[in-house]
Each structure stands twice: as structure tokens, then as C-alpha cells.
Design a protein around this ligand. Structure first.
Ligand code: HEM
Length: 378
């Protein structure tokens, strides 16, 4: 994680030197994809290297990184409501959903085929990278030293010649890649946008980071002692929950709030609306991280009863702690070296609402080096 952040910092330093505007969402997306590769699968996706003008990647590695990034980008660029001709009908006529799903599987249209192909590409590339890693490990083991495989080892996953559809790796690759990359990139980008749009809050965060130290990489325990950082991320997730609607399928016929619900129907829980509802929040449209700090009136009233960007119940996000840790490490290390000035015309930020929400045109900022930043290595 720290290595991936090093690359991000080098890119920001280069942009700062040239007084160049950067899109934080793109840079951070490449970083979080890289982090999923190393932490979940123990392989390098090299997605961050793609943006470098002096890339050290060979042609094959560049192609792999590009294919991965394009496939993931496609999945997040389409709207869940209309990426296929079947989708709007499933939402409009939920009682016909079982029939429509059979039809879609038998006669897939262009959108469905592209989605299927993107999914296959992700799985194929991840499996190929793991295979290469295994070969490299075998060489190391049979040679002099045992390599330290990080993350899940492929023999645990049973990878041999490919990945069977529906197999453990198939599912794992798809879920972890998609769940772990885009949501965290969006959460970080939205928080950075809010901080740049509210320089007084950005300064409070810089002060907290300085009191921690400008030359230290934060450990897990260190992150526990940065309450304003924690509050900024939580407030960012309140205003821009990357998964704005959580879906449940009714297990049986029932009634909720006076509405009849049939078994099999989908229900959407509108997190975005609840997170901005004046009934639950004071000044809901404002970025006020302080409300998440222990002792604040709103915190004491039970702030977590109405904040649920990671869902709730038995299907709640399993990656919440990991995502918060990754976001915190990244923010501390970014603010140790830089502050950010929003390019004009971005407030309010335009949002793309697909499976998750993301900044439609990125988050464009100028990177301002903090004193003595450019001379230092990350
Ligand atoms: C800021 C980042 C993230 C947000 C906002 C987020 C949000 C969510 C939400 C809302 C759900 C559905 C919960 C529900 O329906 O009640 C979910 C499920 C899930 N998330 Fe995350 N997530 C994030 C990061 C991650 C990461 C980093 C990983 C993996 C490393 C991950 C893995 C998963 C998985 C596997 C599920 C499915 C759990 C299940 O169905 O049992 N998420 N996430």
C-alpha cells in the first residue's frame, strides 16, 4: 500500500513542479487497482505505470495493465439501469424479472456481451498474472531462497491452466477487483474534492498530519490517533456514498411501510437521500467533519445510527476496515507533502451514477507542494 502511494506521490510531485492540473480520480483509481493486485492476489497489475511517460514495463506487461484497466473502466462506465435492453424492463416490471433473466441469458444483446467479455478479461488477466507469479516463486524456491508471496497464493486457489466459470477464483477475482477498487477510489476522490473546496477544513487536516509528523509513514496504530482524518473520510462517505443505493431481494411476500412487497422483488435502500435528509442531519449539504468527532453534539446523539455507506446486516461490506485504512494512509501521505487547489467550475461536482457513483469529469486540482516537499523522496 505504501509502495503504491509512493508512486502516486512521485506523480503529484512532477505535476507540482510543472504547475500542471491533475485529475485526482484517475491517479487514485490506478493506485487502488494496483493495491487490489498486490494485497488480494499477490501480483503487480502495473496500472500506475501506464500513466508514466518513462514506463519500465515491457510491451506485454503494458498490454495486460491496459486490458485490465479498460475492462474495469467499462464495467463502471455503464449504468446498471440501461447497459442492456433488458435492464429497464427488469426494474419496471420486477415480477417479470425471472423470465427476463432467462431471456437475457439465452439471447444476450450487445451490452450484455460486452459486460460478459469485460468480466472474462478481468478473470483471465488475474489468473495469468497469478500463474506467472507461481512460476517465479517456484524458480525462487527451487533456486536459493523462498520468496514471500503476499496475499492469496494461487495453489490455495487451485489455479492450474485457467479459471473455471463460477469457480472460487472466478468469483473472488470479480468481487474483489470490483468491490475493492472503484469504491475506494471514489471515496478518496470525493473526500479530496470536499477538502479542496473547503480550505479551512483542509488546513485543520494538515495541522493534524503535521502533529503526527511529516516524515513518518503511518502504521495501523498511528491511524487510530488521527480523529480529524477519520472524521473527514466519514463525512466524505456521508455526502458521497460510493454505493448510493443498497439492493435487497425479498425472500418472501411481506409488507413494508404500508407497501405490499412480493417475493423476488428488488428493494432499493436510498442511502444518498438518507445521508442528506434534514430530518436526520444538521446542515446536511455542508461538509462538517466535526460532527463525527467524539463529544460533538451530533456524534453524541448517535451519528452511526443514520450513517451506513458500507451497508448493514449480514451482507454489509467485508472490506470496510481495509478501505478506511487504505484511504487514511493515502491521505496522510498526500497531505504530508501537498495541499490541493480545486480548478474553478467544479462546485457542485458532477456525478456519474452507475452501479456506484463517481466524479463524472474527475477531480481537477493544482498540487501545491508544502515547504521543502520537492527536495524529498516519498
Ligand atoms: C470506501 C470503500 C467501500 C465502500 C463504500 C463499500 C461499500 C459496500 C456496500 C454498500 C456493500 C453492500 C452492503 C449491503 O448491501 O448491505 C458492499 C459489499 C461488499 N464489499 Fe464493499 N465497499 C468498499 C470497499 C470494499 C473493499 C476494499 C473490499 C474488498 C477488499 C470490499 C468488498 C466487498 C464485498 C466482498 C462485499 C459483498 C459482501 C456480501 O455480499 O456478503 N468492499 N460494499
Amino acid at each position: 500500500m505504501n509502495e503504491a502511494t509512493d508512486v502516486l506521490l512521485l506523480k503529484l510531485a512532477a505535476a507540482a513542479k510543472e504547475n500542471r492540473v491533475v485529475d485526482l480520480y484517475t491517479l487514485i483509481g490506478s493506485m487502488t487497482l494496483q493495491v487490489v493486485g498486490t494485497t488480494a492476489f499477490g501480483v503487480e497489475f502495473n496500472t500506475q505505470e501506464l500513466d508514466s511517460t518513462d514506463t519500465k514495463l515491457g510491451e506485454e506487461q503494458q498490454q495486460t495493465a491496459q486490458r485490465l484497466r479498460d475492462a474495469v473502466a467499462f464495467i463502471f462506465s455503464v449504468s446498471v439501469f440501461n447497459f442492456s435492453a433488458y435492464s429497464p424492463f427488469i426494474f419496471l416490471f420486477p415480477f417479470m424479472a425471472p423470465l427476463l433473466r432467462v431471456l437475457a441469458a439465452t439471447f444476450p444483446d450487445k451490452g450484455l456481451l460486452k459486460m460478459k467479455r469485460s468480466r472474462e478479461i478481468i478473470i483471465e488477466e488475474v489468473a495469468a498474472l497469478i500463474r506467472q507469479r507461481r512460476l517465479a516463486l517456484n524458480e525462487e524456491v527451487n533456486g536459493e531462497k523462498q520468496g514471500g508471496a503476499r496475499g492469496l497464493r494461487e495453489d490455495t486457489l487451485g489455479v492450474r491452466k485457467g479459471v473455471a466459470p463460477g469457480s472460487f477464483l472466478d468469483l473472488l477475482a470479480f468481487v474483489l477487483m470490483l468491490a475493492g477498487y472503484e469504491t475506494t477510489a471514489a471515496a478518496l476522490s470525493f473526500t479530496l474534492y470536499l477538502l479542496a473546496a473547503n480550505p479551512d477544513k483542509q488546513q485543520l487536516l494538515v495541522d493534524e498530519v503535521d502533529s503526527f509528523g511529516r516524515d513518518r509513514k503511518p502504521s495501523l496504530e498511528d491511524l487510530e490517533s488521527l480523529p480529524f482524518l477519520d472524521a473527514c473520510l466519514k463525512e466524505g462517505l456521508r455526502l458521497y456514498p460510493p454505493a448510493p443505493t443498497h439492493i435487497r431481494e425479498a425472500a418472501r411476500d411481506t409488507e413494508i411501510g404500508g407497501y405490499r412487497v412480493r417475493k423476488g422483488q428488488w428493494l432499493g435502500c436510498a442511502v444518498w437521500s438518507m445521508h442528506r435528509n434534514p430530518k436526520y442531519w444538521k446542515d446536511p449539504e455542508r461538509f462538517l467533519p466535526e460532527r463525527f468527532i467524539e463529544g460533538a453534539a451530533e456524534h453524541e446523539e448517535g451519528v452511526y445510527k443514520k450513517w451506513f455507506p458500507f451497508g448493514d446486516g449480514i451482507r454489509a461490506c467485508i472490506g470496510a476496515r481495509f478501505a478506511l485504512m487504505e484511504a487514511k494512509v493515502t491521505l496522510v501521505r498526500m497531505y504530508q507533502r501537498f495541499t490541493f487547489e480545486l480548478e474553478p467550475g467544479q462546485v457542485p461536482l458532477k456525478i456519474r451514477n452507475n452501479i456506484t457513483i463517481s466524479p463524472e469529469n474527475g477531480v481537477l486540482v493544482r498540487t501545491i507542494p508544502r515547504p521543502a516537499t520537492l527536495q524529498r523522496e516519498p
